[in-house]
Design a protein around this ligand. Structure first.
Ligand SMILES: [Zn+2]
Length: 208
């Protein structure tokens, strides 16, 4: 079985993938992880990927497709249940995917936009021990200071409000056509992620 997770950055795709992996033995494919894995190999595609990443460029669809295909072929031969997260990102990738495997379910993980903003813009990290806090949900004992080593907490540039708003816009522009695409194929399921256990329960009910 192959399932896809769609959802804005911060919607909880990572947590859902982890539960599917740990509790239900799904094999988790995230493009971020594959890229990190591939880059350490000594293949032609690894060299290409490395040069794109070093120059700070976006990884083009053809390269992404080829890398995901290699990974998927290896796994689908073994008849595993797979959860894909972060791919496809656009219609071009979705078309490519539909040619190589049959996707069974597409879950769109939905959370309130304000909620996402709080999850991301509230995040603070300790530069020393890498502990993660959130000024709304998981405050340090003393404001702005790490509980473990007293270091001053920092906000990543990526987590700043204007950056997040921009990322969200880009996400919507790419995701909306994907939603339509999978609705037409009747494999699209919106999942409201107000509560992780409830969201997982809904997914379980659908996949049986
Ligand atoms: Zn710390």
């Amino acid at each position: 079985m192959i399932i896809l997770l769609l959802g804005a950055p911060g919607a909880g795709k990572g947590s859902i993938s982890n539960i599917l992996k740990e509790k239900y033995h799904f094999f988790h494919i995230s493009t971020g992880e594959i890229f990190r894995k591939v880059i350490n190999a000594s293949t032609d595609i690894a060299k290409k990927l490395k040069s794109i990443m070093l120059s700070g460029g976006l990884i083009d669809d053809d390269t992404t497709n080829e890398i995901v295909k290699n990974e998927l072929m290896e796994l689908s031969n073994k008849n595993l249940n797979i959860v894909l997260d972060g791919y496809p990102r656009n219609i071009n990738q979705a078309n490519f995917l539909s040619k190589i495997v049959k996707v069974d379910y597409v879950f769109d993980i939905l959370v309130d936009e304000q909620e996402i903003m709080k999850r991301i813009t509230g995040r603070r990290t300790c530069p020393v021990c890498k502990s993660i806090y959130n000024i709304y949900y998981h405050k340090p004992q003393k404001e702005g200071v790490c509980d473990y080593d007293g270091s001053l907490l920092v906000q990543r540039n990526d987590d700043k409000e204007d950056v997040v708003v921009e990322r969200f816009k880009t996400y919507l522009a790419l995701n909306t056509p994907l939603v339509e695409y999978y609705k037409q194929q009747k494999i699209y399921y919106p999942i409201v992620n107000e509560n992780l256990d409830k969201a997982i329960g809904e997914i379980k009910k659908i996949i049986g």
